[in-house]
Design a protein around this ligand. Structure first.
Ligand SMILES: Nc1ncnc2c1ncn2[C@@H]1O[C@H](COP(=O)(O)OP(=O)(O)OP(=O)(O)O)[C@@H](O)[C@H]1O
Ligand SMILES: [Mg+2]
Length: 321
């Protein structure tokens, strides 16, 4: 195996193990989060309160040697509250930058749909450009700047659901379900002792497996994995099929093609392989597509779900041999 693929595999395996010392279960969630980070993208995180959304991102930051910060979005949050402002320093007779919370590496944007559009766009611009403009000065953010945004259920009053165009900026949607019974039992036992997940994280039970600089470099290592032409065509055909499916009003755009390709390749790397297979694409299609498709109202009323439509598309598009 290529040494770069080998190194990627070793780092990803170690990262999974270290995260697993804090987070009980949720293995596929951890994999999706690693995929977003190692492809240089951002993720939406969905789950009821208390399923360890915050703990997951904090743990990942610790394990990947990255700085962490969190913003709680509220209806009165202003763009400057996230980007920062220039404050005049009388003694020095100059403006000094007071950096906002986007000046970090892993940013947890909690309840992003509770802030108005202007504030959401400030974050989305930072995500897209990995830079922020404050009073006409542009400041670069970390090349590893990664946003994990949680969303409130849409029916919640006084929220501003992300417009489709903005959801498209997130590579994937990570759904965190409540734990299985045995996992919940493990959690309950740990809570009694001194090794509760949070206490363990504080004590440094999960060790960093790389530094931030390594992360930037490792991302380029993904390029050594091979993707056959037939597989590229498969990905393109899947995305195109979302636009012509009878029950879909708005299909996935070209960003989805890129996201599905890169996510499938990263999944192959996580599995220690140096090539991408159709199964990788099939596994990644739901998390990449779910938040990007809008169904026609009549189908939605009938109770059809986006997840079912994605499965239908996967059944109809011919899989390369
Ligand atoms: N799978 C899990 N592994 C480890 N700890 C867990 C797990 N699920 C829940 N917990 C525990 O539950 C508590 C809540 O976690 P956390 O604050 O990260 O949840 P959250 O999803 O961010 O909640 P909220 O939506 O309210 O912000 C923490 O104390 C955490 O230790
Ligand atoms: Mg939280």
């Amino acid at each position: 195996m290529d040494p770069k693929a080998e190194r990627l595999r070793a780092v990803l395996t170690a990262a999974r193990t270290e995260v697993g010392k804090i987070i009980i279960g949720q293995e596929s969630v951890v994999d999706l989060a690693l995929i977003a980070v190692f492809t240089g993208h951002h993720a939406l995180v969905e789950g009821v309160p208390g399923v360890a959304k915050t703990l997951l991102v904090r743990t990942l930051a610790q394990v990947l040697g990255a700085e962490f910060s969190r913003i709680q979005f509220t209806p009165d949050l202003m763009p400057a509250d996230i980007t920062g402002t220039h404050v005049f320093n009388l003694q020095k007779n100059q403006f000094n930058l007071v950096k906002g919370p986007v000046f970090t590496t892993f940013l947890l944007a909690d309840e992003i749909n509770r802030a108005p559009a202007k504030t959401q766009s400030a974050l989305l611009q930072a995500m897209q450009e990995r830079a922020v403009t404050i009073d006409r000065f542009t400041h670069r953010l970390s090349p590893n700047f990664t946003v994990f945004a949680t969303q409130n259920p849409v029916e919640y009053e006084g929220t501003y659901p992300l417009p489709e165009a903005q959801k498209d900026r997130f590579m994937l949607k990570i759904v965190m379900n409540t734990p299985e019974r045995d996992e919940e039992l493990t959690l309950a036992r740990r809570m009694l002792g001194s090794d509760s997940p949070e206490a363990s994280l504080e004590r440094g039970v999960a060790q960093p497996v790389i530094t931030e600089q390594d992360l930037t470099q490792l991302r380029d290592h993904m390029a050594v994995l091979t993707v056959r032409d037939e597989l590229l065509a498969y990905i393109v055909d899947l995305i195109r099929a979302t636009r012509t499916h009878q029950s879909v009003l708005v299909g996935a755009g070209p960003r989805a093609t890129q996201a599905l390709l890169l996510a499938s390749r990263a999944l192959a790397a996580l599995q220690g392989l140096d090539y991408v297979s159709p199964d990788h694409v099939k596994t990644m299609a739901p998390p990449v597509l779910e938040h990007r498709l809008i169904l026609r109202a009549e189908y939605e009323l009938e109770g059809l779900s986006v997840a079912e439509v994605i499965q239908d598309i996967l059944k109809t598009v011919a899989v390369p041999r």
